[in-house]
Design a protein around this ligand. Structure first.
Ligand code: ARG
Length: 294
């Protein structure tokens, strides 16, 4: 863990414009179990899911971000989790090839949406679940495996995007996608966007050490010495399933320790409660796919 609460760059955080893809949870329910959070016997409240989701949408828009929408499809209750719809970098969209049969019906609608909206679509060969398991940190792609995405997909994503890919193994079934265990705080690496500082801000992450095997933990410690390590309690409320624009970090209000850690580093935590969508095993990040243009 970092010993300094105020790294030199903490005063220079600037919100960067984002473009996201979301899908209204109009058909949201829990009718099957494909992760430990899902219990079909527990009732779900679709109206409440819609309301909570709308708050996330409105908050992104109010902060100046662009949010695109894909039409929800009846019978695909998990389509609200758009992070799994693909992985989009440099205007190129790698489609999703779900491990779980229950979600395979989403593959075509997402690829069609990318094509209609001017993205170059790459049809996937290996099993992988999009931005649920691929996270762009600076120029590097962190790629998760262990539960959903197959490790061959890591080679495929490296070829498709021509970037360094670092494989990480998830070991706790509650954190079955990489975006439930790592939060990318500064997605853009390079010169600071604030003039006058002359500094270079490196992309940083927050993560839950217990979600990874020992080899992956060692990689994370080495590559991100300033990372925020979150507590098990904050991880367990999906605190890491968050989006960031480099200044505003959209997190669950239950992740109170993480909230304070973010403040200490000069970020602005924005609290959004998606408790209803957590019944499907997803949170803020799961409902947010980043669309990165050329
Ligand atoms: N019920 C969905 C599933 O198990 C939740 C997906 C969460 N998405 C994510 N990016 N972690 O596939």
């Amino acid at each position: 863990m970092s010993t300094s609460l105020q790294p030199a760059d903490s005063a220079t955080r600037v919100a960067q414009h984002r473009r996201y893809l979301m899908c209204a949870p109009r058909h949201f329910t829990v009718s099957y179990t494909i992760n430990p959070w899902m219990e079909p016997r527990n009732p779900t409240d679709t109206a409440k899911a819609m309301e909570q989701w709308q708050t996330l949408y409105d908050t992104y828009v109010a902060l100046g971000h662009d949010v695109e929408l894909i039409d929800p499809v009846e019978g695909l209750p998990d389509m609200v989790y758009t992070a799994n719809g693909g992985f989009v970098v440099d205007g190129r969209a790698l489609g999703v090839r779900f491990r779980v049969d229950e979600r395979r019906g989403e593959e075509r609608p997402f690829m069609d949406w990318f094509a209609r909206n001017g993205f170059e679509v790459v049809e996937p060969v290996s099993v992988q679940e999009g931005e649920g398991d691929f996270l762009l940190v600076g120029d590097t792609i962190l790629a998760g495996t262990g539960f959903r995405s197959a490790s061959d997909s890591h080679r495929e994503v490296a070829e498709v995007f021509g970037r360094e890919v670092v494989s990480l193994r998830l070991v706790d079934p509650r954190f079955y996608h990489l975006d439930t265990a790592i939060s990318v705080l500064d997605p853009v690496e390079g010169p600071s966007t604030l003039s006058g500082t002359g500094g270079v801000e490196k992309a940083n992450i927050a993560y839950l050490p217990g979600a990874f095997d020992e080899a992956s933990r060692a990689i994370l410690r080495e590559r991100y010495p300033d990372a925020i390590e979150v507590s098990d309690a904050d991880g367990a409320v999906f605190g890491l399933n968050s989006a960031s624009d480099g200044y505003n970090v959209f997190i669950s209000p239950r992740a109170t320790g993480f909230e304070q850690q973010l403040r200490d580093r000069g970020y602005n935590p924005v609290l959004i409660d998606l408790s209803e969508l957590l019944l499907g095993g997803g949170g803020i990040k799961c409902c947010t796919l980043e669309l990165r243009g050329k």
